[in-house]
Design a protein around this ligand. Structure first.
Ligand SMILES: Nc1ncnc2c1ncn2[C@@H]1O[C@H](COP(=O)(O)OP(=O)(O)OP(=O)(O)O)[C@@H](O)[C@H]1O
Ligand SMILES: [Mg+2]
Ligand SMILES: [Mg+2]
Length: 650
């Protein structure tokens, strides 16, 4: 039998493929292929395929062709196919890595806020409208029942709470958030799960090819975030979600997601100082951008804000005749004492916003009464809301991960860890979020002090919370471990490290949290490549230029030692005195109190050129010292957090 496939993309297809059916793998031979690269619509023949199944997948070095058309499956079921027949399949394109390469080619080199990128015949939002038109999404977009969320901090968390609540209420959800930590598919969730690779590829190449065919000088391929936004719309329309929860990428007024004209409800999470290069240098200016997502007469909710921001929101809302309601952080009582699944006090604010957004959505769509009547709650929230609030998930935000590979007691079974190396991951990268992060870290390590080990490890990166409420105690943990707090930090060079590190230190210190050591290390991921979970991490490719990390270190040392400026802190102490590559063995045994930079020695910190080596080194430390427990706060950059998650998952 010959199977006739029409690949949608250029790919070099050579060699043998494995045909996976339900229960077996049948190798099949590539019988013929057109010379050179296959291009759109070209034909490829296989022989040796014995049976067809709707879930058939061909794989060859990551190249997969999947999903037989319904027609094919029906033909098979009706026994209509004969050996001689050539069957045409609707194929999905294929290698996930080639999709990542294609996506990476959309990353623009211009810096944010660079006015040159605004030039051109059409505005960004005009172009977004045109892209949605090309993809035939315009009229469907109007039918998506959208919850649209802007804000400086807490957008993603608010959206994650909304998703979980709406799902618990029985609706099929689509969730679009940014950024991603490990795999770009994290940005697109359908009914609570990251979109599958096969579906992603199907929709990705469909959008890609249609847009490619229609580009002109005035309408080039969209930059990355615009592409991801139209892709989200495509996915949610095709997947027929009941509710689409859309997080703004940056700002509001000019954000690609603002092509949404008639959301069901809008939310504005906490406002603060971030992305000033694009949004302006005052809170008022920033609020003006965020308020740009409000739409005439569409209900809107926000949380308490500084008056400079709130005034702007109210003014805009009045102009548009928008009912704007400000919600208070959730009250513990109202949620029956349940624990929010996203940790940190700030999440009570985000959760409250999500509750109001969901209620409003349910009301507008005529579902509220049904839901609230069914439930016999009095003042509190209905069961699905409570369930949603206690199960929402978002990786890399106040996430605790026990590192299994570091267990000093290898005899422990069932994936249990001695809990000696614990990563506290939070991608905070603005002053407000750094403060929230510091508060969370200080409180959570206190809680842990009162807990017992070991704890079961679970797979990071799956979104499952790693730290359950409470630990299991099997009674054999060593008593009185010495806990040390370590800071693992990096941030992008557009951030002000003085502000971020100062915020962290001044939030932690009053609660008695002092970092024994701070390690400054470059992230592995960069903004120049979109990665997948399967992307290879170069284990040993230390960064060459560590100028930025040395600057971070100097800033930290100045803060720790209360020095006001570089003149109080001679630069010569930085030269030659930094331990090369690896912190030396004494590193952990020294203490902040012994650290005197004036004497030319940086005992409280180190610059390390390789993240994988840093993690190995931390693992080594706890293995060598059974009495030591390391609590490592990883923060400053979501890239760093994603890289650490990826490394400790391996
Ligand atoms: N309400 C809040 N107030 C202050 N900080 C917060 C708040 N919510 C979240 N954060 C901090 O911001 C970080 C990012 O949270 P989240 O992903 O929910 O926000 P976001 O607005 O989507 O951020 P991003 O700019 O990374 O997209 C968290 O790790 C936490 O440190
Ligand atoms: Mg942001
Ligand atoms: Mg976000």
């Amino acid at each position: 039998m010959l199977v006739h496939l029409k690949p949608y993309l250029s790919q070099n297809l050579l060699g043998r493929f494995l045909y996976h059916s339900k229960n077996c793998q049948v190798p099949c031979t590539l019988a013929w292929k057109p010379p050179g690269l296959l291009s759109f619509g070209e034909t490829l023949y296989f022989s040796g395929v014995r049976e067809l199944h709707s879930q058939m997948i061909f794989r060859h070095q990551g190249f997969s062709i999947s999903q037989a058309s319904t027609q094919t499956v029906e033909m098979e079921e009706n026994n209509m196919m004969t050996e001689e027949e050539t069957v045409q399949l609707t194929t999905t394109p294929t290698s996930y890595e080639s999709a990542m390469d294609a996506l990476s080619s959309l990353i623009t080199r211009q810096k944010r806020g660079d006015p040159s990128k605004i030039a051109g015949t059409y505005s960004k939002l005009d172009r977004m409208s045109m892209y949605t038109q090309i993809l035939g999404l315009e009229k469907h977009l109007a039918g998506l029942k959208i919850i649209h969320v802007a804000g400086t901090k807490g957008k993603g968390s608010t959206c994650a709470f909304c998703e979980a609540i709406m799902r618990e209420c029985g609706f099929r959800t689509g969730l679009f958030t940014s950024p991603h930590l490990i795999d770009v598919r994290e940005r697109f969730r359908i009914n609570g799960f990251d979109i599958t690779e096969d579906k992603f590829l199907l929709y990705f190449w469909d959008c890609w090819n249609q847009l490619k065919k229609n580009v002109t000088d005035d309408l080039p391929m969209p930059p990355l975030f615009q592409f991801l936004t139209v892709l989200a719309f495509k996915i949610f329309v095709e997947e027929k979600v009941d509710v689409a929860i859309i997080e703004v990428g940056l700002g509001g007024t000019n954000d690609s997601t603002n092509v949404i004209k008639d959301p069901v409800v809008c939310g504005i999470a906490s406002l603060g100082m971030d992305h000033m290069e694009s949004l302006g240098h005052t809170l008022g200016e920033i609020a003006t951008h965020k308020a740009g997502i409000l739409k005439p007469q569409v209900p809107a909710f926000s949380v308490s804000q500084l008056s400079e921001a709130m005034d702007v929101l109210r003014e805009r809302a009045n102009k548009l005749m928008v009912p704007l309601e400000v919600v208070e952080p959730l009250d513990h009582e109202k949620i029956n004492g349940i624990k929010l699944s996203l940790a940190g006090d700030h999440q009570y604010t985000n959760a409250a916003l999500a509750v109001s957004l969901c209620k409003s959505w349910l009301q507008t769509t005529g579902n509220l009464e049904k839901l609230f009547q069914q439930d016999n709650q009095i003042d509190g929230l209905p069961e699905p809301f409570l369930k949603g609030l206690s199960t929402a998930r978002l990786s890399g935000r106040a996430q605790v991960v026990y590192d299994c590979s570091s267990s000093s007691n290898l005899s422990m079974t069932n994936g249990e860890t001695s809990g000696d190396l614990i990563f506290y991951l939070d991608g905070a990268h603005s002053p407000e979020s750094m403060e929230a992060c510091g508060r969370w870290f200080s409180s959570v390590i206190k809680d842990v002090k009162d807990q017992s080990f070991p704890h079961s490890c679970s797979e990071p990166g799956t979104g499952k919370p790693i730290l359950e409420n409470g630990f299991r105690n099997n009674g054999n943990q060593p008593a009185d471990k010495i806990s040390k707090q370590i800071l693992l930090f990096n941030c992008m060079d557009v951030r002000d490290p003085q502000v971020l590190l100062q915020k962290l230190e001044s939030t932690c210190a009053p609660s008695g949290t002092h970092f024994s050591k701070a390690i400054f290390v470059p992230s592995i991921s960069t903004y120049s490549k979109v990665t997948s979970g399967a992307s290879v991490i170069p284990f040993d490719s230390p960064a060459k230029d560590l100028t930025w990390q040395f600057k971070l270190q100097r800033t930290w040392e100045r803060i720790i030692h209360g020095k006001a400026s570089d003149t109080d802190f001679p630069e010569k102490t930085l030269k030659n005195e930094i331990p090369e590559g690896f912190p030396h063995s004494k590193f952990l045994n020294e203490d902040v109190s012994h650290c005197n930079p004036a004497e030319g020695y940086f005992a409280c910190s180190s610059v390390v050129s390789s993240l994988p080596q840093t993690i190995n080194w931390l693992r080594h430390c706890v293995k060598e010292n059974p009495s030591l427990k390391l609590q490592v706060l990883v923060t400053g950059s979501l890239h760093l957090v994603g890289d650490v998650l990826k490394l400790i998952r391996r």
